[in-house]
Design a binder for this molecule. Structure first.
Ligand SMILES: [Zn+2]
Length: 473
């Protein structure tokens, strides 16, 4: 366990903000309603103690209020990345938090951590109390896997009895959700789903390798991570693939045989993907309300679409992390020639299925898997890449923004945030130079980012960038 070492600059920004401006008045901004796509021009927004207190055409500034002229600017709710890992090293939040803020990301959901829950909760509480400047944290990293566990520090369950005991512990420790992981067997997974439901906790995470997506829908899994299993469930070969895996994984299984079956899946999905089956599946998925966190940017890692070493985002990452990213990676080494050869087609099929899912009404949470443990996936920057990708695939900028502003806080059940800019909502906001409904490009350089009521203007954001670049040297 450790204390969060907030960068000196962030601490200073926070101190000046709380000393100088308990209240902030933004004047003459255009409010962007992400739900309806309407604009409200010439509005003023009063922020008091971290909360949006008033939204009116004209608000007279009272004494002690810091007035920010927002003319020409567009105001949107702060962005969420709904799948990240910020606790994979002792110092990761020190870099991750400023990276999120400079990119307008004011909320993140952590999906698996190496820090003890108590240390995560302590940092979460300090952010909520305004003692630490960082994105709002949802702690959903209580991942449950079959032994020995795919990652260190996971909760383990190999039987329904163990699944029930694990959920009891997760509930008592105060996690926001139970996260299923890939190697769970079906009986244990079913018990996990039932126990999570009984404990009043959402069940999110991977669809286990031996479980059909339809089964996860039937048991009411609330959220699913990554997108590959949707494309797989659109393939008539899904049953056969699941059967083959159940067969080779029975009684512990032989690693080489399991690996051979798993790497053969891409071919079968490409060969047996079926539009009618997909339409039926997506209609069921939509009706179930299961939210999907696609993490489509992860494909860039596998295809070698990495930024140049001198790209600013690379230079903002600590040197030792960059070094680790440059070393041979077990995930890339596990790729067979066949998987590599199919990568372009597999990614294209995922994207086509993703557009169909969106058009069918499947709720989507913008997400990236950003982590120091996941090479070339960047806190902050990758969320903007993911949103650009959604637009490239066929969503409108408004629809893409919806997955990062409106959908996440509602899915998390937050009472003071719902992706609207209205009185009573937490003041997590981004002020932009141009209309983001026309192009998301303006997100790359916000005029100001407001996190929990603390205003980071362009000068403060530039100073944060400069600090990150200096620390990354
Ligand atoms: Zn992840």
């Amino acid at each position: 366990m450790r204390q969060f070492a907030q960068t000196a600059l962030l601490a200073w920004l926070l101190a000046t903000a709380s000393a100088a401006q308990a209240d902030t008045l933004l004047t003459d901004v255009t409010l962007v309603d992400i739900e309806t796509g309407t604009l409200a021009r010439g509005q003023s927004v009063l922020i008091r103690e971290g909360v949006i207190a008033e939204v009116e055409a004209v608000i007279a500034p009272s004494d002690g209020v810091a007035v920010i002229d927002g003319s020409g600017g567009y105001l949107i709710p702060g962005l969420w990345d709904s799948h990240v890992h910020v606790f994979s090293s002792a110092t990761e939040p020190d870099t991750a938090f400023p990276l999120y803020l400079i990119n307008g990301v004011t909320g993140i959901r952590d999906m698996g951590a190496l820090w003890p829950i108590s240390a995560q909760q302590e940092l979460q509480a300090r952010i909520e109390a305004g003692e630490v400047l960082g994105p709002r944290l949802i702690l959903s990293g209580a991942w449950v896997d079959a032994s020995p566990g795919s990652w260190p520090g996971m909760f383990l369950a190999d039987t329904p009895v163990e699944a029930r005991a694990v959920v009891e512990r997760i509930a008592s420790e105060g996690w926001a959700a139970v996260k299923a992981y890939s190697m769970l067997d079906e009986a244990t997974y079913l018990a996990l789903a039932e126990a999570a439901d009984a404990a009043g906790l959402p069940l999110v995470g991977h669809i286990p390798e031996r479980v059909a997506l339809a089964t996860a829908i039937d048991v009411g899994q609330d959220g699913m991570e990554h997108f590959g299993r949707v494309a797989m469930a659109c393939a008539t070969g899904e049953d056969r693939m699941l059967e083959d895996l159940r067969h080779v994984m029975a009684d512990g299984g032989d690693q080489a045989a399991i690996f051979a079956v798993m790497t053969g899946q891409n071919r079968i999905i490409l060969d047996t993907w079926d539009r009618d089956l997909c339409d039926t599946l997506l209609a069921r998925l939509t009706a179930s309300g299961m939210h999907v966190s696609p993490t489509l940017v992860v494909a860039d890692f596998y295809t070698g679409n990495w930024p140049a070493a001198d790209a600013p985002r690379m230079r903002m990452i600590p040197a030792e992390v960059r070094e680790a990213w440059g070393r041979p990676d077990f995930r890339l080494e596990a790729m067979t020639d066949e998987v590599r050869a199919l990568a372009t087609d597999s990614i294209a099929l995922d994207r086509r299925t993703f557009l169909m899912a969106h058009e069918a009404g499947v709720p989507i949470l913008a997400s990236t898997d950003a982590s120091f443990a996941n090479p070339y996936l960047f806190h902050g920057f990758s969320l903007l890449d993911e949103l650009d990708l959604y637009v490239e695939i066929g969503l409108t900028p408004r629809e893409a923004l919806h997955t990062a502003t409106v959908a996440p806080p509602r899915f998390f059940g937050l009472t003071d945030q719902d992706g609207t800019i209205t009185p009573g909502r937490r003041a997590d906001l981004v002020l932009l130079d141009a209309n983001p409904l026309e192009s998301l490009g303006t997100l790359r350089r916000p005029r100001a980012v407001i996190a929990g009521g603390v205003v980071l203007d362009r000068a403060a954001l530039d100073a944060l960038e400069a600090t990150l670049l200096a620390e990354g040297e």
